[in-house]
Design a binder for this molecule. Sequence first.
Ligand SMILES: Nc1ncnc2c1ncn2[C@@H]1O[C@H](COP(=O)(O)OP(=O)(O)OP(=O)(O)O)[C@@H](O)[C@H]1O
Length: 194
Amino acid sequence: MEVPRLAARDLACRRGDRVLFADLSLALDSGETCHVTGANGTGKSSLIRILAGLLRPFEGKVRRTGSIGLIDERLALDEHMPLGRALAFWHALDGGADGAKGVETMQLGDLLDVPVRYLSTGQRKRASLARLVASRSRIWLLDEPLNGLDADARGALEALIAQHCGDGGIALVASHQPVSLPQAQVLHLPDYAA
Ligand SMILES: Nc1ncnc2c1ncn2[C@@H]1O[C@H](COP(=O)(O)OP(=O)(O)OP(=O)(O)O)[C@@H](O)[C@H]1O
């Protein structure tokens, strides 16, 4: 299996006419995690989008080895389909996805017939995490993954991240909430507006 690596050098991010952060570097090797912290609006989501290749940095470079799995507030599941079919759509695209593992880990077995639009906030988050687990992505970029999760699901997610990194994966988590991560670097984004 490919050994993942995620590195960023001298990143700067500009949104509108504001530079949110500059001179930001990080390096994550197989098995490592990073907790990104910072006040509202300091650029945590923007950093994740840059690392995922969805947003061009104002300055600097990102190097990625390994497939990316991104979780943010967007669910990316068809609201009109039952959950099982909506997940199956992605599993077919992901190729080699382990759909059963995702459903079992996030305890969604009883909800597979429920249309996605009827799912609660926490159930929707668990559904997006199930997709992530199934995708077998090596680099997890998780933007506020704990939002909406109850204590059991939070514990399950932390265990999942530990297992992912134990298997050689990488996880970068942006969260306001304390999160238990193995071997975690902490990257705090300063609030230039303060
Ligand atoms: N497309 C855009 N154009 C201009 N400004 C933007 C754009 N997208 C985001 N911003 C601004 O960039 C700043 C950083 O946003 P971002 O979502 O990265 O912050 P964050 O640290 O994740 O915030 P939060 O903790 O509230 O989720 C905010 O002030 C936001 O309004």
